[in-house]
Ligand binder design. Structure first.
Ligand code: ADP
Length: 267
């Protein structure tokens, strides 16, 4: 079993990711896809006059401030535009892809964070009315059911809270939880970089291998959104996934190249 997260950045080559996924499925690779949608969400929120607002938590992680309107736009971009585009690209290649958000069938469940503590303009603030959380439970039975019936699950945020509210969750960490729940051999995170770079954005500083027990030591190299990916990697490994690969999602055959050893392999 392989879990592949396709990043939501502007530079990601969705066509190449889906073409490669289709080839792997045809070669009988068991696969679950997860995708992002951050770029599309930014474009859509701008167009709808509700520009994205990012918050930095007191622990230094960046996330999207998700009020009710943002949550609606977030769903349009992730579960609508991007999810259906991925399904379309796979269906066009003869793969019976089935798109689901984490809320459908309680696929990804977690607790909604009622209030988050952030730093804005150097000041500490508390944000309420924020629909965010973290995936704590994965409905792996639903995924097994779909895989067993020959469907390729294509998953994306939002997730669902225990109270039944939609929550914005980090896609990388949700992919990590999914990989752990399915006892996947590998989790591949495709992004707009060739892997984890020692000196971002200098691509010649790619870190080819990180021993699993040292992954936390590499956190200082990751900036911005990359931090969540390193955190996801560490969670997947802790959950029993043998290897996590950060690989380039801008190139042809991105998944196969990662399996052949390109990118940053954490094992
Ligand atoms: P997603 O692809 O899931 O939407 P992002 O594109 O927002 O995620 O986050 C990954 C991006 O983080 C990379 O494409 C890269 O531009 C940036 N980045 C920051 N620090 C690093 C680093 N040390 N190594 C590689 N990429 C980094």
């Amino acid at each position: 079993m392989l879990v592949v997260k396709i990043g939501g950045g502007e530079s990601i080559n969705l066509e190449a990711c889906c073409a490669d996924a289709a080839e792997l499925v045809k070669a009988r690779q068991r696969l679950v896809l997860v995708h992002g949608g951050s770029h599309q969400t930014n474009v859509l929120s701008q167009a709808l006059g509700h520009p994205a607002r990012f918050a930095t938590s007191v622990s230094g992680y960046q996330s999207r401030y998700t009020d009710r309107r943002t949550l609606e736009i977030f769903c349009m971009a992730y579960a609508g535009q991007v999810n259906k585009r991925v399904v379309e690209l796979l269906q066009a290649r003869g793969v019976n892809a089935l798109g689901l958000s984490g809320a459908d069938g309680r696929l990804w469940e977690g607790e909604r964070k009622a209030a988050i503590r952030i730093i804005e303009d150097g000041k500490k603030k508390i944000l309420r009315d924020d629909y965010t959380g973290r995936v704590e439970r994965v409905n792996s039975a639903l995924l097994e059911l779909l895989l067993g019936a020959g469907y390729l699950p294509v998953l994306c945020p939002p997730a669902i809270s225990y109270q039944g509210e939609l929550i914005n969750v980090d896609g990388d960490r949700a992919a990590a939880a999914t990989a752990a729940a399915l006892k996947a051999e590998a989790l591949i995170l495709l992004t707009g970089a060739p892997g984890l770079l020692r000196e971002f954005p200098d691509e010649s500083t790619l870190i080819p291998h990180i021993p699993a027990r040292q992954v936390e030591e590499f956190m200082p190299f990751a900036q911005g959104r990359m931090k969540k990916k390193v955190m996801g990697a560490s969670e997947a490994l802790a959950g029993g996934v043998r290897q996590v690969i950060f690989a380039d999602g801008r190139i042809e055959r991105p998944i196969s190249r990662a399996l052949e050893g390109a990118g940053t392999i954490i094992s």
